[in-house]
Design a protein around this ligand. Structure first.
Ligand SMILES: O=C(O)c1ccccc1NCC(=O)[C@H](O)[C@H](O)COP(=O)(O)O
Length: 215
């Protein structure tokens, strides 16, 4: 299934070989792999070996949380990652260092009522995209949706991924978002059979409904 040119799709938290191959056939724009050992979606060493064989134009994305920069660099080289997504307290300088490795840098922020959007200003020249996720005790993959109206407070031009608990039921709401900075939709735990194993049929339904919406 060819995805529409407008909005990009990222499917995150892939960890099983056969499931990765099935998803690759749907050609999401981004396929995310968790390199955070505390996550139930942590990529296994065997599955990680497949990442470099995932065909372009799918952008293979490594997700890290406060990882040593040398380790991230090693993973970029070992697996040929095309994008890096950061879910910890990584600084603008840390992000800038990674950009020099010729990868897209996506910096995630957990959004809630108390989020101070001015913190984003110092990241503008150090990242390619922001990713707005739901603020929780953990770093990601919560399955919880934040109040998208809070993004009315976002006043920078940097494009962003919308993330956090997105499910089939949100297609219509996504259709109503009138914001040219919305670059991609990030799908994860709401499309899982179990952590790390995606329901390909459900993903296909989401993509089909979004395509119908966009046509
Ligand atoms: O998914 C995880 O287990 C995870 C753990 C630690 C850091 C990031 C993680 N996921 C990153 C993602 O990009 C998720 O897609 C994003 O948090 C939204 O997840 P969900 O709320 O399950 O849709």
């Amino acid at each position: 299934m060819m995805l529409p040119g407008e909005i990009k799709i990222k499917v995150c938290g892939m960890s099983r070989a056969a499931n990765i191959a099935e998803l690759a056939e749907l050609q999401p724009h981004y396929m995310g792999f968790i390199f955070y050992p505390q996550s139930p979606r942590m990529i296994t060493p065997v599955s990680a070996e497949l990442i470099r064989y995932i065909p372009e134009p799918i952008k293979t994305t490594g997700v890290f949380v406060n990882e040593e920069i040398d380790k991230v660099e090693a993973m970029i080289r070992q697996h040929g990652l095309k994008a890096i997504q950061l879910h910890g307290n990584e600084s603008p300088e840390y992000c800038k260092t990674l950009q020099a490795f010729n990868v897209e840098v996506i910096k995630a922020f957990g959004i809630d009522e108390d989020f101070d959007f001015t913190v984003l200003e110092s990241y503008v020249d150090a990242v390619d995209f922001f990713l707005f996720d739901t603020q929780t005790q953990n770093y990601g993959g919560s399955g919880k949706v934040f109040n998208w109206q809070l993004l009315d407070r976002y006043n920078l031009q940097k494009p962003y991924f919308l993330s956090g608990g997105i499910d089939l039921q949100h297609v219509e709401e996504i259709k109503k978002i009138n914001d040219k900075r919305l670059y991609a939709i990030d799908l994860n735990s709401r499309f899982e059979i179990e952590p790390g194993l995606k329901d390909i049929n459900k993903l296909q339904r989401f993509l089909k409904e979004l395509i119908e919406v966009q046509d």
